[in-house]
Design a protein. Structure first.
Lengths: 80, 368
């Protein structure tokens, strides 16, 4: 009961989920970028340009998402 | 005149504390990048110092917590701030000499609380702020970092499991430039702000800032950022020299996950105004990334050290802070003589400890 009054649960919960989503999310999207790049190389080696283009696009989007997540996090902390 | 002298001593002591914070924490920030060979050691250190400096400008919420939410800033005197700082420094020195684990952040907060308690009693300490903004977030954060890093590395391994390790490692090494920069940025923002909060508290006590309109002056931000960045940079050269002895074994994917999770937890906490032990958070994330791959990779000794540091640091630093306040009071509440004598004593004590430690190491090396 006392803890419930002392802690700002709203702020605490926001910090926890932001940290969890940010930490796991950035690793997931960057891993997709790594996956996309390595698959693109494989497809090129196997002379499959269409698949290589698709995986290349996945990599590009994932790199963009990683950078966007980082920029968003910094913007959030500096503006709010 | 006395008040001005005490203010100068407090600001100089706080900046020295900030410098040692950067000096000690360089290893945490750069270890993962160096051990995975994502960056050459020299580049990693310079990179960390630059991002530590930038990070200090990102937010001021942690500084506001230190200055406003733990003790009643209106009731605090410069002697209290000074005694709190000395309590933290003395505890850090003692634990360094004895090889006991400690947290600079907890020592700083403990010292301040102890000195404030000795000066004005429990009424000036905000139990709510201490528990809700320091103790509970500080307990939760390393566990959260452990879980987040663990979840991150498991998903990363699922995504890249059938890929060629050489290509995957190259990719994550590249990514570590980003995660490492983010970690240094988060370290700078949380740790430098603690010093900013302490200096601002001294300015409130000196009468430069009204307690009702608490703000951190620009020069405080710039000097604190510079001190922590310089500490990181100079501390880094020591690490480069001792490279290979205490480095963590991890692959680049683990390094990326650990750094990303650590940065994420520290940034989220900084945004909420929670002053964390960044060392504990980074240790938690490194252990989480290791445990997810192999449970035996968890360095339970490090986890135990964190627990010991938790139990000891806050009360011990508080006790020293209280005693230092009592000693300075002997010379008069507004006299600069007490802080001058205590500063001299702590400098002398530090020199003795450093010399004894150096002599001990020399002896060990000679017998090895």
């Amino acid at each position: 009961m006392i803890l419930a009054e002392i802690i700002n649960w709203n702020a605490a919960w926001q910090a926890v989920w932001t940290a969890a989503v940010g930490g796991v999310g950035v690793t997931v999207v960057f891993s997709l970028a790594v996956y996309g790049v390595t698959r693109t190389a494989d497809m090129r080696r196997e002379d499959r340009p269409a698949q290589a283009a698709v995986y290349g696009a996945v990599a590009l989007v994932a790199v963009g998402a990683t950078l966007a997540a980082v920029v968003y996090a910094i913007t959030l902390i500096t503006t709010k | 005149m006395s008040a001005d002298i005490i203010l100068v001593i407090v600001v100089a002591t706080a900046l020295a504390f900030d410098f040692t914070n950067g000096f000690h924490d360089t290893a945490n920030v750069v270890a993962a990048s160096i051990s995975t060979r994502a960056m050459p050691p020299r580049v990693a250190v310079i990179f960390a110092a630059i991002f530590n400096f930038i990070g200090a400008f990102l937010s001021l919420k942690v500084a506001a917590t230190i200055g406003n939410d733990i003790v009643d800033s209106a009731a605090i005197t410069m002697t209290v701030v000074f005694a709190g700082l000395i309590g933290a420094i003395a505890w850090n020195l003692a634990t360094w000499y004895l090889g006991l684990p400690s947290s600079s952040s907890h020592a700083l907060i403990g010292g301040l609380v102890g000195a404030a308690f000795a000066a004005d009693g429990a009424s000036v300490i905000s139990g709510e702020g201490l528990l809700g903004k320091v103790i509970i977030p500080g307990l939760v954060a390393p566990v959260l970092a452990f879980v987040v890093a663990g979840m991150a590395i498991i998903t990363a391994y699922v995504i890249v499991r059938r890929r060629r390790p050489g290509h995957v490692n190259r990719g994550y090494r590249l990514g570590q430039w980003l995660s490492s920069g983010l970690l240094a940025l988060s370290h700078g923002t949380n740790d430098a702000q603690k010093t900013m909060g302490i200096i601002t508290l001294a300015l409130v006590a000196h009468g430069n800032i009204s307690p009702n309109h608490f703000y951190v002056p620009d020069w405080v931000v710039v000097t604190s950022a510079t001190a922590i960045a310089l500490g990181t940079w100079i501390g880094g050269w020591r690490i480069i020299r001792t490279m290979g002895s205490r480095i963590i074994n991890m692959d680049p994917a683990q390094g990326f996950s650990a750094q990303g999770a650590g940065a994420s937890v520290i940034l989220a906490a900084s945004h909420a105004g929670y002053p964390l032990s960044t060392t504990h958070v980074i240790s938690g994330s490194v252990m989480g990334a290791g445990a997810a791959k192999r449970i035996s990779a968890v360095r339970w000794g490090v986890a135990g050290n964190i627990a010991v540091a938790w139990v000891l640091t806050l009360p011990a630093a508080a006790l020293i802070g209280g005693v230092v306040y009592g000693v300075t009071e002997i010379f008069g509440a507004s006299s600069a003589l007490g802080p001058v004598i205590v500063s001299g004593a702590i400098l002398l004590g530090s020199a003795v400890l450093f010399l004894r430690r150096a002599a001990g190491q020399g002896g060990l090396e000679a017998t090895a």
